[in-house]
Each structure stands twice: as structure tokens, then as C-alpha cells.
Design a protein around this ligand. Structure first.
Ligand SMILES: NC(=O)c1ccc[n+]([C@@H]2O[C@H](COP(=O)([O-])OP(=O)(O)OC[C@H]3O[C@@H](n4cnc5c(N)ncnc54)[C@H](OP(=O)(O)O)[C@@H]3O)[C@@H](O)[C@H]2O)c1
Length: 318
């Protein structure tokens, strides 16, 4: 990719690396010579992806970690395992997500779409913050979607879709949360040297997303996949945000086709972003005064009020 900077020897973690965009992103990073930490929930699929990447990208190094990211205890276990093996993390790509055709509740009591698509990246990013800070300038890249625009109001009194569940509505809301999280993270971590940006990878793409869809929406999904772009094509913007010097000083941005663009009006609502942050922290036990081993307070440590940058901040390139 043009404009790439050397990422050889850097450590990059990619969630959802067993298939789709995550696997292509991991492959791209490994080809560039990075040490890539693949996170997969299924051992067989994870090992198959790792073997394929090792074979296609001998320049890189690959390590596999297993975690069902819809479970907070597994996210914590994952972070602990990563910390045990790697003191520094140059790039964290929060890519894993799912569309759930029926409402499920996780062992933490959360609706599964929000738990996997939003709470998992929120928690994992916090748990890995020391490694990211040690590697600064370092980067957090959150994979969202243009469908965040379809949310016209945040249902604050029903974020868990208890009253009514609609698969697309839950997914769209979780993708709006990805943007709000990115903007707030960039603001709070503005002085840490860790940037946070998010992206829409394009649509339609030939990946497994929406594989549970049935009926009309399943038929529509199958139809769109006939003329969809490849996963390799879809992975370009996340690879760009992970590696390009062009975004070395950018934080809090939303990117489409490797270009900064404006997210929805709702996604730019600072009050909503702050409110979601507090609720998310409470949902994963990261509230003020809640410490984790080796860290005084994962929420308060590096959070200073600074204006959102959208373009330009204190972060740099890996
Ligand atoms: N595809 C599109 O058209 C499109 C458009 C806009 C945005 N996006 C975004 O792109 C990102 C990647 O999606 P994709 O299209 O590549 O979908 P995908 O092919 O379904 O890949 C999703 C990945 O997430 C993993 N995953 C699912 N549930 C998990 C769990 N509970 N714990 C751990 N990992 C889990 C999957 O693992 P398994 O292999 O085990 O299933 C898979 O590796 C998502 O954030 C999505 O919202 C995609």
C-alpha cells in the first residue's frame, strides 16, 4: 500500500482475525513484517487462519490468542495473556463484530450485540492501555460502519433491547457506539501518545457478517454478496489507519476509503459520548475507584479533558 511506514517488528493485535476483514488485516500487517497477535474465538478457525498467514506472509510473526469477546471474563483473560507475553503494543485493531438474528444475553447479563461489538473493544482497550502507552506513539483502530448513521436517537432507556429486539437496529446502535467510543477515547487519551480512529470498511463485502440472517434479509444479504468487494479490499482502510504516516498525528477521526469524513450528527454528540463512556465503564466494572492489578485506576489514569481533535492530536505512527 502506498504511503505505508515500516511496521516491521511492531506488535499489532487484531480481533476477529479468524475470517473476513480481520484475517486480511492480519495478513497485511504480517506481510509488512509485524508481529501480529490474532484473536479468535474458535481454536480450529484461529489455527487455520494463523497457518494460512504464516504461509502467505513469511516476513511476519503470528501468535494466536483465543477468547470469546462477548464474555468480559474472557476479555480480561485475553488481556492478561497478552500482557504476559508482550510489554508493548503498537497497534490495537478492534475489528470483531457480529449481527445476531435473535436476542441473546451474555453471561454478564448484556445483550450480545452490544456486548461483543461495543463493550468488548471498550474493555480490551482499557485493559491494554499500559502496553499501548509504552509503545507510544501507538494506535487504536476501531472498525465501525456507515450504518451508524441509521440510528436517529439513542434509546438510553433500552440500550439492551429488552423492550423490543431488531437485529439490524441492535447492530446499527453498536456501530454508533463504536464511533462515540472512538471520539471520547481520543479526547480522554489526547496526551498519551495513543491515537484512536475509526472507519467504515465499505459495503457490500464478501465476508461472513450477517451469516445468521434468514428470510428476506438473508436473501438480500446473499444477493449483495454476489457483487460484493473482496475482504482484502475491505481491509484497506483499517490497514491504512494502522500503518500510514499520513494519519500519524490524527486522532478522533472517522475514515471511509482511507479518507477522513464526518460521521453522523449523533456520533459527534459529546454529551452522548461521555454518557455512553460512563455507562460502559459501569457495565464492565471499570468505574472510578475500581482498580485492576498493576494499575491504579484504568479509567482515570490518562484521562484529561482536552478538545476533540478529529484531525491532529498528540498521537503519532507506530
Ligand atoms: N462486511 C461488511 O459488509 C461490513 C460493513 C461495514 C462494517 N463491517 C465491520 O467490519 C468488521 C469485520 O466484519 P467482517 O465483515 O469481517 O465479518 P466476519 O467475516 O463475520 O468476521 C467477524 C469476525 O469476528 C469474530 N467474532 C464473532 N463473534 C465473536 C466473539 N463472540 N468473540 C470473538 N470473535 C468473534 C468472527 O469469528 P468466527 O470466525 O469464529 O466467526 C470473525 O473472525 C466488523 O466490525 C463489522 O461491523 C463489515
Amino acid at each position: 500500500m502506498a504511503g505505508q511506514i515500516p511496521i516491521s517488528g511492531k506488535t499489532c493485535l487484531v480481533t476477529g482475525a479468524s475470517s473476513g476483514l480481520g484475517k486480511e488485516t492480519a495478513l497485511g500487517l504480517a506481510r509488512a513484517g509485524a508481529m501480529v497477535l490474532l484473536v479468535a474465538r474458535d481454536r480450529e478457525r484461529g489455527e487455520a487462519a494463523a497457518a494460512e498467514i504464516r504461509q502467505r506472509a513469511p516476513a511476519g510473526e503470528v501468535e494466536l490468542f483465543l477468547a470469546d469477546l462477548a464474555s468480559q471474563s474472557q476479555v480480561r483473560e485475553l488481556a492478561a495473556q497478552v500482557l504476559e507475553r508482550h510489554q508493548r503494543l503498537d497497534v490495537l485493531i478492534n475489528n470483531a463484530a457480529a449481527v445476531n438474528s435473535v436476542r441473546r444475553v451474555t453471561q454478564d447479563g448484556l445483550e450480545a450485540t452490544v456486548a461483543l461489538n461495543h463493550i468488548a473493544p471498550f474493555l480490551l482497550t482499557h485493559l491494554l492501555q499500559e502496553q499501548l502507552r509504552r509503545a507510544a506513539p501507538s494506535r487504536v483502530v476501531n472498525v465501525t460502519s456507515h450504518v451508524h448513521r441509521w440510528v436517529k436517537a439513542i434509546p438510553w432507556d433500552d440500550l439492551q433491547s429488552e423492550r423490543a429486539y431488531q437485529s439490524a437496529a441492535a447492530y446499527n446502535l453498536s456501530k454508533l457506539m463504536n464511533v462515540l467510543f472512538t471520539v471520547e477515547l481520543a479526547r480522554r487519551w489526547a496526551r498519551t501518545g495513543v491515537s484512536a480512529n475509526c472507519l467504515h470498511p465499505g459495503w457490500p463485502l464478501k465476508t461472513g457478517l450477517g451469516r445468521e440472517s434468514t428470510g428476506m434479509s438473508g436473501a438480500f444479504d446473499k444477493l449483495t454478496k454476489l457483487f460484493a468487494a473482496s475482504a482484502e479490499h475491505g481491509a484497506r482502510t483499517q490497514l491504512f489507519l494502522a500503518t500510514s504516516p499520513d494519519v500519524g498525528s490524527v486522532t478522533g477521526g472517522y475514515f471511509v476509503k482511507c479518507k477522513p469524513t464526518g460521521p453522523s450528527v449523533l456520533a459527534r454528540d459529546q454529551e452522548a459520548a461521555a454518557r455512553l463512556w460512563q455507562l460502559s465503564a459501569a457495565q464492565c466494572g471499570l468505574g472510578v475507584g475500581v482498580a485492576r492489578a498493576g494499575h491504579s485506576n484504568p479509567l482515570a489514569d490518562h484521562e484529561r479533558t482536552a478538545p476533540p481533535t478529529g484531525q491532529g492530536g498528540s498521537a503519532g505512527g507506530p
